[in-house]
Write a protein that binds this ligand. Sequence first.
Ligand code: AGP
Length: 608
Amino acid sequence: MCGIVGYTGPRAAGQVLLDGLRRLEYRGYDSAGIALVTDDGDLFVEKRAGKVAVLRDAMGGDPPRAGIGLGHTRWATHGRPSDLNAHPHSDCTGRITVVHNGIVENFSELRDELTAGGHVLASETDTEVVAHLVEDAYRGDLADAVRAALGRLEGAYALVVMHRDEPERLVGARLNAPLIVGLGEGESFVASDAAALVAYTKQVIFLADGDVADLRPGSAVITDRAGTVVERPVDVIPWSAEAAEKGGYPHFMLKEIHEQPAALRSAMAGRVRGETICLEEIDSIRDRLTGIGRVELIACGTAYYASLVGASLLQEWLGVPARANVASEFRYSPPPLDARTLVVAVTQSGETADTIAAARLARERGATVIAVTNTVGSAITRESDAQVFLQAGPEVAVAATKTFVTQVVTLVMLAAEIAQHLGRRTQAEEAELVGALRALPEQAERAIELAAATEEMASRYADAAGFMYIGRAFGYPAALEGALKIKEISYLHAEGYAAGELKHGPISLLDADVPLVAVATRSSVYDKLISNLMEGRARDARVIAVATEGDARIESMATDVCFVPDTLEPLSTILAVIPLQLFAYHVAVARGRDVDQPRNLAKSVTVE
Ligand code: AGP
């Protein structure tokens, strides 16, 4: 939520910021703004409600020449999206500017205190108090003033602060919100994530909670909040700037759907070896896995649906209870958590506040936490005992696609690896799974080809009043995810339901205007699913079936069929979701929606 970027060095800072904001826009797009200390020594601020393009146009595409500045793209929490509430925010003197991602929870008290002290606060935001706190604390050294102000803040923040009178210096700080430093030749960057700076440098420092980064061109000094210098390693970003571009596709979402075969290959690279699966990332916690009595998966949204697949397999293969939990609810009714509990936190961004809070609670109670994430250096990597990365490359579209399929395949590998470690799977079972995994990327390519018809289909379904998605067993998470994709990007209501539940209530929603989308791939529950599909047909609903290639029966029962290749049941979720992603994409395009940046959403949800 919210993207922030800062630059100090010889380049034209305004262009670096606008470029960075464009790449960070998936984090929030309610408003955008930049502040620069121009080469003439003036503070220049421009901020607008709306997207980065609106901001760029407001400046005629050409900000004034400056070597330092900071920028922000916002997902609104406190204060509606408007020019006034857009970041950066300034102090009373107009010399200090601040951009912020997070929530200052005690902003109301601070605001009253600052106002009583004579400060004039112009916006409705929580962030503005930070500028005024820094103003009060400023004695000629910006880093000291920021550290002093941080002591007053409760909540979460990634902040970057600039002072007009120290025109080569930026100060960044983080607590429970992401912030990284980029190091170039004679220049320094700071940003919410690597996408904003990878075009300029791949050398980065992932700041830890409590860090304060004092940046000047080509140098970064990291301290804690007391001012003591701390050492942080310099990491190298493993992907290129091109990976975060559209590469000829009209939308990132379509590009990322087509990247799924490659993403699956990458997720399995080095892990599917010979006839076995080997996740070296869990070597350090193998001893603790031996006594595991239960497994709890925690995740939100798409990652939660992927976790449903993981939970089924962990339970079946390990022979212990395993459950997928919505992370935001986990804390209100936590299961018994102790040293015999394994918790698997699944999060693409690694920054989802609900998932991090749940992982923290689990660890406090003695559980072992494995993070399954796409983001090296993210917050969840510090809240876990072992990390397994998706290796899916950057995902820019707000609607998750390639990270869903790589989450599922990674959880399948994780379940198999732990079961193997505990001696609960035979070599023959392992070899069968490995064979199916090896075939999967090519089958995903085939599923994409077979789903070409979804474009024409979408034009016939784009005016539906809503959709009902159903599935059983491994088809159920695919149905949930398919429904979420439609909701997110087309703004049509869709329900994802366990097919057996249809007759217990939601079947009353079905009619000629509410199509039924049934995940009816070959499986042990195929016949039961077909009965549910027929119940929908009997209510005049148009039926879209996702079925296995070679299923001759299905065409007579459904209005439209999307075929996918055959695979093992635990992997069927991955192939079944592909036509559902493409169908949602084409419905959204047919409805003229903003596919990559749907309204009200942000990709990385760093508030609870
Ligand atoms: C999926 O399309 C959504 N963007 C959303 O449900 C997402 O999966 C959820 O917010 C969790 O994000 P995370 O994987 O980064 O934790």
